[in-house]
Ligand binder design. Structure first.
Ligand SMILES: C[S@@+](CC[C@H](N)C(=O)[O-])C[C@H]1O[C@@H](n2cnc3c(N)ncnc32)[C@H](O)[C@@H]1O
Length: 346
């Protein structure tokens, strides 16, 4: 019993640390800190935060403002509840306030570095978990830089959990999002930085060479409005992935046109993976688009344009729900995400 309780405590502290590294909102960090302390942010939890949640994550990059905000919120909460704030936390916070001007100079890029750790349960003990994949990200902290493409969206987390949950769909396939594309140049620049943070090589030009290499991706400018048949001819993906790309009615017809071009290809190539009776098996190229329906009209506009282009779009988000790899991310609402499986209508 005591062993199980200690394991549970260790799990709560692990979740707290991973949430901090993932740059979760301060309110979520405080909720996890309370949970780890059995209802209040105890001296033990404060000490853990000081020792494990420092500014420097993702290979030495600074998130100073974020850390200071969290320490400030913790001190306020503990003082308000008349509990003990440990001296080391006061001292650390005081140091931070003294060097605030310097920190704000260091943080002039408005970027925050996040580490998203995907956890999978171990088979022998469901209460303990293993980190299966870590993704390191540079994100815009204010959304001014790089339009919307430099932020972390729930749809991309959902799509990541889907890929990790069903590796059989993706292994040995050519995925269009391993050819990473965007129509915004600062998003492309940030995308390249993120590939480097994760030690993934970027292949720029020769597509044939890319196909032969496993640990390489291509980062490519692709505007849905401008993309032509000839631009996409070289790509014959088995799978097209998209996260949070259905949100602007003006772009919808262009996005649907690009999807149609990518999904329409030599019919012979699609036969390879046919297996009967499995919803996930495909006879031809498939697009998986994760999306949050923020505006029903925009979503209906996408559904109509897809149907007009003879594409079938089915929400498989609940029938093929991915496993929960992010139990510590309290800000991530997976129930808000739909996962559309898009194929050519037969
Ligand atoms: C909400 S963000 C999602 C980014 C990324 N897929 C993710 O999940 O984090 C939408 C992305 O679509 C891109 N986008 C919007 N309109 C586009 C267009 N017409 N052509 C190409 N990309 C476009 C934006 O630049 C932005 O990066």
């Amino acid at each position: 019993m005591a062993g199980a309780a200690a394991q549970d405590d260790a799990e709560q502290l692990l979740h707290l640390k991973l949430a901090f590294l993932a740059g979760e909102p301060p309110a979520c960090i405080l909720a996890l800190a309370r949970k780890a302390g059995g209802g209040s942010i105890t001296p033990h939890v404060q000490k853990f935060l000081l020792e494990n949640c420092t500014d420097t994550n993702v290979y030495g990059r600074q998130n100073s403002t974020y850390t200071t905000t969290i320490f400030k919120r913790i001190i306020s909460e503990v003082e308000l509840s008349s509990d003990i704030v440990i001296d080391a936390l006061y001292e650390e916070f005081a140091q931070r306030m003294l060097s605030k001007a310097k920190d704000s100079l260091l943080n002039k890029t408005n970027h925050i570095y996040k580490e998203i750790s995907f956890l999978s349960s171990t088979h022998d003990n469901v209460s303990s978990s293993l980190i299966s994949v870590v993704a390191r990200l540079s994100c815009s902290s204010n959304m001014l830089e790089g339009d919307t493409g430099c932020s972390l969206w729930p749809s991309s987390l959902f799509l990541s959990e889907f890929i990790l949950s069903y590796p059989e769909i993706f292994s040995t396939k050519c995925c269009f999002e391993v050819i990473l594309t965007d129509g915004d140049t600062s998003t492309l620049t940030n995308m390249k930085e993120n590939m480097e943070l994760n030690n993934v090589c970027i292949k720029l030009e020769d597509f044939e060479e890319l196909k032969e290499s496993k640990n390489k991706v291509e980062c490519k400018y692709l505007s849905w409005e401008e993309a032509s048949e000839s631009d996409l001819r070289g790509y014959q993906p088995d799978i097209v992935l998209g996260a949070d790309i259905v949100y602007d009615p003006v772009c919808v017809p262009h996005l649907v046109r690009v999807l149609s071009m990518l999904l329409r290809r030599d019919s012979k190539q699609g036969e390879v993976n046919r297996k009967s009776g499995d919803e996930l098996e495909m006879d031809g190229p498939v697009a998986y688009i994760a999306t949050v329906v923020r505006n029903a009209e925009t979503f209906n506009c996408f559904a109509k344009a897809a149907a007009d282009a003879k594409l079938s779009a089915i929400n498989i988000g609940s029938s093929t729900a991915p496993s929960n790899f992010l139990p510590y991310m309290l800000s991530y609402d997976r129930s808000s995400v739909q996962l559309l499986k898009i194929t050519l209508s037969s």
